[in-house]
Write a protein of this length. Sequence first.
Length: 349
Amino acid sequence: MRTVTVNASRVYNIEIECGILDHVGEVASKVIKPCSAAILTDTNVGPLYAERLEASLISAGYSPIRFTIAAGEQSKSAESYLSFLNFLASHQITRSDCIFALGGGVVGDLAGFVAATYLRGIRFVQIPTTLLAMVDSSVGGKTAIDLPSGKNLVGAFYQPSLVLCDCETLSTLPREVFTDGCAEVIKYGIINDRPLFEKLKNPICDQIEEVIERCVADKRDLVNAYERDVGVRQLLNLGHTAAHSIETLSDFAISHGKAVAMGMAIISRTATKLGYCPEEDTAEILSMLKNYNLPTECEFSARELAEIALSDKKRSGGKINLIVPFGIGNSQIHELGVDKLESFFSAGL
Ligand SMILES: NC(=O)c1ccc[n+]([C@@H]2O[C@H](COP(=O)([O-])OP(=O)(O)OC[C@H]3O[C@@H](n4cnc5c(N)ncnc54)[C@H](O)[C@@H]3O)[C@@H](O)[C@H]2O)c1
Ligand SMILES: [Zn+2]
């Protein structure tokens, strides 16, 4: 078992081990006394893994109950939020009980926001089952639901009590969803972890526990000092300014991971054109993305990308912060006048 300890407003462990799903009860009971365990899962993950989770919880003395949402982003909604709250209340879940989130980022974000707000906060355990959820959404304490006018518009910063990553669950993940997660993994390498980037030149599946451990430790270190979106945490947005525009312009037909890959490709090419990033590093970034079947070209114009980005919430005053690789493992925050954004994108297209 690999353990990464996060020292946030709550101190908790992220445990990474193939097959840990069958030991969740035992591992969780060291942190949370056996109690009622409200499992949130979705219609894809529940049938695959919820029975094993329940059996493990029961054997450790927990009393599990299960609530299942439809798989997909549309379930990160106010309706699901209220339904799950009502489910908890109707089962007399109290502050000494606990929520277990079994699924991808959608389940994790929704479960976390419910945990943050039900009875003004009850404990929750994350059991992420997508690569993205393991390396990204279960670390950092952001929880949220969507509104019809935009994603993640309602949420809270709220830390789990424990995160358990069972790499074996990744074997049932649709290939495209796994590939999406790889974009975020590669991102950590480009931000500040060149050794991770080098490791990714070998097949990720042969070293998955180690890769997940490195990514969560990297994210932990980037968010440790700041639980909110300031300072070095911004580095996590590498590739994401263009990515958000690409997702929006494609009406979300282009997945988040693919959009992030395109965004990282654009910004790396721009960085090289402007003389910030050595040409060979950008070439390596592009070939890494291609090796993981991720796209590096985008069909939208610099003007389209810039227009959407500038209507985004992250714009402040006449400046925008972009994350720019000055080399693999050395990305930095770069402040840019908003009037320069279009030409910045244009250089990388
Ligand atoms: N909180 C954060 O810091 C943070 C960071 C990044 C992303 N997010 C959020 O995460 C969400 C995306 O997460 P995601 O990519 O995990 O999406 P997801 O939860 O929708 O999962 C993707 C698909 O895979 C299925 N699935 C999950 N695990 C499976 C498994 N082991 N086997 C078979 N199928 C499985 C799901 O049912 C779903 O259909 C978005 O809502 C995003 O906003 C949050
Ligand atoms: Zn992302």
